[in-house]
Structures are given as C-alpha cells and as structure tokens.
Design a protein around this ligand. Sequence first.
Ligand code: ZN
Ligand code: ZN
Length: 95
Amino acid sequence: MFCPHCGREMQPDGATLRCAAGEMQLSVNVYRRLSELFPHCQPRETTIACDPPKSHWYCPGCGDALPDACVCRRCGKDFGDVKMALIELHPHRRG
Ligand SMILES: [Zn+2]
Ligand SMILES: [Zn+2]
C-alpha cells in the first residue's frame, strides 16, 4: 500500500504500515479502512514524475496522484472519509 501523503510505498510495521520517509505510522483503524477500500494494490507502471502535480494526496492502492476530490481515476475509490483521520492523527514529515 502506498502512503496517501507522499505516494511512496509503505512498509509493514507491527499491526499496520509505516511511511519511512514521512515518519508516519497508520493507526489500526485507518489501516483497516484503507485495506477494505484497496484490497488489491496495483502499483502504477511509472514512478513519480519529476514535476509532480499539485495534488496533496496519493492513492493508497496504486500510488497515483489524486485530484482534489480524493477519488482515484484508476481505482475508482474514494477515501475521503479517511482524510480527516489522516490529517488529524497522521502527521507526515515534509521534505
Ligand atoms: Zn509518506
Ligand atoms: Zn488508485
């Protein structure tokens, strides 16, 4: 699964996943919810472009940058209900 903040692949850490670059660990609840929404990860073919779009979110299922609405054009999934939990409980280191 990919980090919704930066699009990098997260690594297993305990019962959930962790983004090493952002020093962000998913809570169990958010991890469960995202696992329901994105049961099958399908990594995008290309890596993050040199000129990233102005999106602030990335699809956990495929790592693609998302438009404002948090709906992935490839997966067709909307994880807007998890967005508040990500903002409030999952600070992501910048840079
Ligand atoms: Zn990250
Ligand atoms: Zn997707």
